[in-house]
Design a protein around this ligand. Structure first.
Ligand SMILES: Nc1ncnc2c1ncn2[C@@H]1O[C@H](COP(=O)(O)OP(=O)(O)OP(=O)(O)O)[C@@H](O)[C@H]1O
Length: 275
Protein backbone atom coordinates (compact mmCIF):
# COMPACT_ATOMS: atom_id res chain seq x y z
CA UNK A 1 0.00 0.00 0.00
CA UNK A 2 1.26 3.53 -0.78
CA UNK A 3 2.42 5.24 2.42
CA UNK A 4 0.43 8.31 3.41
CA UNK A 5 3.74 10.09 4.08
CA UNK A 6 7.14 9.15 2.75
CA UNK A 7 10.51 10.88 2.92
CA UNK A 8 13.46 9.78 0.83
CA UNK A 9 17.01 10.68 1.78
CA UNK A 10 15.85 13.86 3.46
CA UNK A 11 18.73 16.07 4.61
CA UNK A 12 18.95 19.40 6.36
CA UNK A 13 22.05 21.29 7.38
CA UNK A 14 22.30 24.56 9.26
CA UNK A 15 25.89 25.52 8.49
CA UNK A 16 28.00 22.87 10.19
CA UNK A 17 25.01 21.39 12.06
CA UNK A 18 23.33 18.38 10.46
CA UNK A 19 19.73 18.53 11.67
CA UNK A 20 18.48 15.74 9.37
CA UNK A 21 20.59 13.02 7.79
CA UNK A 22 19.26 10.75 5.06
CA UNK A 23 15.84 10.35 6.66
CA UNK A 24 13.90 7.56 4.95
CA UNK A 25 10.51 7.34 6.62
CA UNK A 26 7.29 5.63 5.50
CA UNK A 27 4.12 6.18 7.50
CA UNK A 28 1.15 3.96 6.67
CA UNK A 29 -2.51 4.95 6.88
CA UNK A 30 -3.87 4.74 10.42
CA UNK A 31 -0.51 4.52 12.17
CA UNK A 32 0.00 6.39 15.44
CA UNK A 33 3.68 7.24 15.52
CA UNK A 34 5.63 8.76 18.40
CA UNK A 35 8.80 10.74 17.70
CA UNK A 36 11.30 10.80 20.55
CA UNK A 37 14.76 12.30 20.94
CA UNK A 38 16.71 14.63 23.18
CA UNK A 39 16.73 18.39 22.66
CA UNK A 40 18.28 19.26 19.32
CA UNK A 41 17.90 15.72 17.92
CA UNK A 42 16.05 16.97 14.83
CA UNK A 43 12.39 16.21 15.64
CA UNK A 44 10.97 19.66 14.91
CA UNK A 45 13.20 20.02 11.86
CA UNK A 46 11.61 16.86 10.47
CA UNK A 47 8.07 18.15 11.07
CA UNK A 48 8.95 21.59 9.69
CA UNK A 49 10.31 20.07 6.49
CA UNK A 50 7.37 17.80 5.77
CA UNK A 51 4.86 20.57 6.46
CA UNK A 52 6.63 23.06 4.19
CA UNK A 53 7.95 25.42 6.87
CA UNK A 54 11.58 24.59 6.22
CA UNK A 55 13.20 23.73 2.90
CA UNK A 56 15.34 20.58 3.08
CA UNK A 57 18.92 20.71 1.83
CA UNK A 58 18.13 17.65 -0.30
CA UNK A 59 15.71 14.74 -0.54
CA UNK A 60 12.11 13.99 -1.44
CA UNK A 61 8.79 14.19 0.42
CA UNK A 62 5.69 12.41 -0.84
CA UNK A 63 2.13 12.55 0.40
CA UNK A 64 -0.03 9.67 -0.87
CA UNK A 65 2.72 9.04 -3.43
CA UNK A 66 2.69 12.61 -4.77
CA UNK A 67 5.66 14.96 -4.31
CA UNK A 68 4.90 17.87 -2.00
CA UNK A 69 8.38 19.33 -1.66
CA UNK A 70 8.36 23.03 -2.53
CA UNK A 71 4.65 23.52 -1.82
CA UNK A 72 3.73 26.32 0.59
CA UNK A 73 2.59 25.24 4.08
CA UNK A 74 -1.00 26.19 3.31
CA UNK A 75 -1.02 24.08 0.15
CA UNK A 76 0.38 21.13 2.11
CA UNK A 77 -2.33 21.58 4.74
CA UNK A 78 -4.92 21.59 1.98
CA UNK A 79 -3.48 18.37 0.59
CA UNK A 80 -4.35 16.71 3.91
CA UNK A 81 -1.27 17.10 6.09
CA UNK A 82 -2.11 19.29 9.09
CA UNK A 83 0.00 20.22 12.09
CA UNK A 84 0.08 21.84 15.47
CA UNK A 85 3.01 23.70 17.03
CA UNK A 86 4.81 23.48 20.38
CA UNK A 87 3.10 26.74 21.33
CA UNK A 88 -0.60 26.96 20.46
CA UNK A 89 -1.10 29.23 17.44
CA UNK A 90 -4.26 31.07 18.48
CA UNK A 91 -5.32 34.71 18.41
CA UNK A 92 -4.85 35.38 22.14
CA UNK A 93 -7.12 38.42 22.47
CA UNK A 94 -10.06 36.83 20.65
CA UNK A 95 -12.53 34.39 22.12
CA UNK A 96 -12.26 30.67 21.53
CA UNK A 97 -15.36 30.78 19.35
CA UNK A 98 -13.89 33.61 17.26
CA UNK A 99 -10.70 31.62 16.73
CA UNK A 100 -12.63 28.59 15.53
CA UNK A 101 -14.92 30.60 13.28
CA UNK A 102 -11.91 32.26 11.66
CA UNK A 103 -10.26 28.88 11.13
CA UNK A 104 -13.46 27.51 9.60
CA UNK A 105 -13.74 30.50 7.24
CA UNK A 106 -10.08 30.10 6.24
CA UNK A 107 -10.63 26.40 5.56
CA UNK A 108 -13.59 27.18 3.29
CA UNK A 109 -11.65 29.62 1.14
CA UNK A 110 -8.01 30.69 0.98
CA UNK A 111 -9.22 34.30 0.60
CA UNK A 112 -12.15 34.77 3.00
CA UNK A 113 -14.08 37.98 2.40
CA UNK A 114 -13.87 40.63 5.10
CA UNK A 115 -17.15 42.09 3.87
CA UNK A 116 -19.25 39.02 4.65
CA UNK A 117 -20.15 38.14 8.25
CA UNK A 118 -17.77 35.64 9.81
CA UNK A 119 -20.15 34.25 12.41
CA UNK A 120 -22.60 32.47 10.14
CA UNK A 121 -25.04 30.05 11.75
CA UNK A 122 -23.34 27.11 10.05
CA UNK A 123 -19.86 28.09 11.26
CA UNK A 124 -21.00 28.75 14.82
CA UNK A 125 -22.81 25.39 14.89
CA UNK A 126 -19.73 23.62 13.54
CA UNK A 127 -17.47 25.42 16.01
CA UNK A 128 -19.73 24.35 18.89
CA UNK A 129 -19.67 20.76 17.66
CA UNK A 130 -15.85 20.85 17.59
CA UNK A 131 -15.66 22.42 21.06
CA UNK A 132 -17.90 19.63 22.34
CA UNK A 133 -15.82 16.90 20.74
CA UNK A 134 -12.66 18.33 22.33
CA UNK A 135 -14.39 18.90 25.69
CA UNK A 136 -13.64 22.63 25.75
CA UNK A 137 -17.20 23.92 25.28
CA UNK A 138 -17.01 25.70 28.65
CA UNK A 139 -14.50 28.13 27.12
CA UNK A 140 -16.63 29.04 24.09
CA UNK A 141 -16.84 32.74 25.00
CA UNK A 142 -13.60 33.05 26.95
CA UNK A 143 -10.64 34.95 25.60
CA UNK A 144 -7.78 32.61 24.75
CA UNK A 145 -5.60 34.33 27.37
CA UNK A 146 -8.04 33.15 30.06
CA UNK A 147 -8.02 29.50 28.94
CA UNK A 148 -5.81 26.98 30.81
CA UNK A 149 -2.79 25.68 28.90
CA UNK A 150 -4.13 22.14 28.40
CA UNK A 151 -7.41 23.39 26.94
CA UNK A 152 -5.51 25.86 24.73
CA UNK A 153 -3.53 22.94 23.33
CA UNK A 154 -6.76 21.05 22.69
CA UNK A 155 -8.27 24.02 20.87
CA UNK A 156 -5.14 24.36 18.75
CA UNK A 157 -5.27 20.67 17.80
CA UNK A 158 -9.01 20.93 17.14
CA UNK A 159 -8.26 23.81 14.77
CA UNK A 160 -5.62 21.75 12.96
CA UNK A 161 -8.34 19.16 12.30
CA UNK A 162 -10.80 21.64 10.81
CA UNK A 163 -9.83 21.09 7.18
CA UNK A 164 -10.48 17.31 7.51
CA UNK A 165 -6.83 16.29 7.16
CA UNK A 166 -5.70 12.73 6.48
CA UNK A 167 -2.71 13.05 8.74
CA UNK A 168 -1.85 15.15 11.79
CA UNK A 169 1.63 16.09 12.92
CA UNK A 170 1.66 17.28 16.51
CA UNK A 171 4.78 18.96 17.86
CA UNK A 172 4.77 18.21 21.59
CA UNK A 173 1.02 18.21 22.22
CA UNK A 174 1.57 17.86 25.98
CA UNK A 175 4.38 20.40 26.44
CA UNK A 176 3.60 22.95 29.12
CA UNK A 177 0.70 20.81 30.34
CA UNK A 178 0.66 19.51 33.92
CA UNK A 179 1.22 15.81 34.52
CA UNK A 180 -2.36 15.50 35.80
CA UNK A 181 -3.81 17.02 32.62
CA UNK A 182 -1.72 15.07 30.11
CA UNK A 183 -3.75 11.85 30.23
CA UNK A 184 -7.10 13.59 29.73
CA UNK A 185 -5.66 15.74 26.94
CA UNK A 186 -4.26 12.76 25.04
CA UNK A 187 -7.40 10.66 25.62
CA UNK A 188 -9.48 13.46 24.09
CA UNK A 189 -7.12 13.93 21.14
CA UNK A 190 -6.90 10.21 20.46
CA UNK A 191 -10.67 9.74 20.65
CA UNK A 192 -11.03 12.43 17.96
CA UNK A 193 -8.20 10.92 15.92
CA UNK A 194 -9.84 7.48 15.95
CA UNK A 195 -13.28 8.93 15.28
CA UNK A 196 -11.98 10.70 12.16
CA UNK A 197 -9.72 7.84 11.08
CA UNK A 198 -6.56 9.95 11.08
CA UNK A 199 -2.94 8.99 10.87
CA UNK A 200 -0.85 10.74 13.53
CA UNK A 201 2.78 11.49 14.17
CA UNK A 202 3.57 13.33 17.37
CA UNK A 203 6.71 14.50 19.13
CA UNK A 204 6.74 13.62 22.80
CA UNK A 205 9.26 13.78 25.64
CA UNK A 206 7.14 11.89 28.18
CA UNK A 207 7.75 8.16 27.73
CA UNK A 208 4.59 7.27 29.68
CA UNK A 209 2.54 9.14 27.09
CA UNK A 210 4.47 7.53 24.23
CA UNK A 211 4.03 4.00 25.62
CA UNK A 212 0.33 4.50 26.15
CA UNK A 213 -0.72 5.91 22.81
CA UNK A 214 1.59 4.94 19.96
CA UNK A 215 1.93 1.84 17.83
CA UNK A 216 5.37 2.78 16.56
CA UNK A 217 8.29 4.95 17.65
CA UNK A 218 10.87 6.82 15.62
CA UNK A 219 13.87 7.62 17.83
CA UNK A 220 15.98 10.56 16.66
CA UNK A 221 19.54 11.28 17.63
CA UNK A 222 21.72 13.96 16.08
CA UNK A 223 19.57 14.24 12.95
CA UNK A 224 19.36 10.48 12.36
CA UNK A 225 16.73 7.88 13.11
CA UNK A 226 18.51 5.37 15.33
CA UNK A 227 15.51 3.10 15.97
CA UNK A 228 12.12 2.57 14.32
CA UNK A 229 9.62 0.00 15.51
CA UNK A 230 7.06 -1.02 18.16
CA UNK A 231 7.37 0.87 21.49
CA UNK A 232 8.60 -2.09 23.57
CA UNK A 233 11.39 -2.88 21.13
CA UNK A 234 12.50 0.71 20.59
CA UNK A 235 12.45 1.64 24.29
CA UNK A 236 14.49 -1.48 25.10
CA UNK A 237 17.05 -0.74 22.37
CA UNK A 238 20.50 -0.17 23.87
CA UNK A 239 21.29 2.93 21.76
CA UNK A 240 17.90 4.46 22.53
CA UNK A 241 18.43 3.83 26.24
CA UNK A 242 21.85 5.38 26.10
CA UNK A 243 21.22 8.32 23.77
CA UNK A 244 17.55 9.17 24.15
CA UNK A 245 15.88 7.96 27.32
CA UNK A 246 18.97 7.80 29.57
CA UNK A 247 20.75 4.54 30.30
CA UNK A 248 21.28 2.69 33.55
CA UNK A 249 21.34 -0.95 34.55
CA UNK A 250 18.98 -0.30 37.45
CA UNK A 251 15.37 -1.29 37.08
CA UNK A 252 13.21 1.75 36.37
CA UNK A 253 16.13 3.88 35.35
CA UNK A 254 14.82 4.16 31.80
CA UNK A 255 11.85 6.05 33.13
CA UNK A 256 14.04 8.15 35.40
CA UNK A 257 16.09 9.05 32.36
CA UNK A 258 12.98 9.99 30.45
CA UNK A 259 11.81 12.13 33.34
CA UNK A 260 15.18 13.84 33.43
CA UNK A 261 14.97 14.56 29.71
CA UNK A 262 11.51 16.02 30.24
CA UNK A 263 12.85 18.21 33.03
CA UNK A 264 15.83 19.24 30.89
CA UNK A 265 13.50 20.06 28.05
CA UNK A 266 11.17 22.11 30.21
CA UNK A 267 14.18 23.95 31.61
CA UNK A 268 15.54 24.62 28.13
CA UNK A 269 12.18 26.06 27.08
CA UNK A 270 12.34 28.38 30.11
CA UNK A 271 16.02 29.26 29.61
CA UNK A 272 17.12 27.63 32.88
CA UNK A 273 19.11 24.47 33.57
CA UNK A 274 18.60 21.12 35.27
CA UNK A 275 21.19 19.86 37.72
N1 LIG B 1 16.74 27.78 12.22
C1 LIG B 1 17.82 27.15 12.67
N2 LIG B 1 19.06 27.68 12.49
C2 LIG B 1 20.16 27.05 12.94
N3 LIG B 1 20.15 25.86 13.54
C3 LIG B 1 18.94 25.29 13.77
C4 LIG B 1 17.73 25.91 13.34
N4 LIG B 1 16.69 25.09 13.67
C5 LIG B 1 17.23 24.04 14.28
N5 LIG B 1 18.58 24.14 14.34
C6 LIG B 1 19.51 23.16 14.91
O1 LIG B 1 19.21 21.91 14.33
C7 LIG B 1 19.28 20.87 15.31
C8 LIG B 1 17.94 20.17 15.41
O2 LIG B 1 17.01 21.08 16.02
P1 LIG B 1 15.48 20.70 16.26
O3 LIG B 1 14.78 21.94 16.73
O4 LIG B 1 14.92 20.04 15.06
O5 LIG B 1 15.59 19.65 17.44
P2 LIG B 1 14.43 19.01 18.32
O6 LIG B 1 14.70 17.55 18.39
O7 LIG B 1 13.10 19.39 17.79
O8 LIG B 1 14.68 19.68 19.75
P3 LIG B 1 13.63 20.09 20.91
O9 LIG B 1 13.23 18.82 21.60
O10 LIG B 1 14.45 20.99 21.80
O11 LIG B 1 12.47 20.83 20.28
C9 LIG B 1 19.74 21.54 16.60
O12 LIG B 1 21.16 21.44 16.68
C10 LIG B 1 19.33 22.98 16.41
O13 LIG B 1 20.15 23.86 17.15
Amino acid sequence: MTPILETRKLNKSFGAVTAAKDLNVKIGKGEIVGVIGANGAGKTTFINMVTGYLPPTSGEILMDGRPILGLAPRAITRSGLARSFQVAQLFPELTVLDNLVIALAAAESPHPSFLKPLHTKARVAKAEEILGEFKVGAYRDARVTAVPQGSRKLIDIAMAMIGNPKMLLLDEPTSGVSVDEKGDLMDTVMAAVHHHGLTVLFVEHDMDVVRRYVSRILAFYSGEIIADGPPDAVLADARVRELVTGHSDHKGAEQKGADHKSAEHAAAQQGSSVA
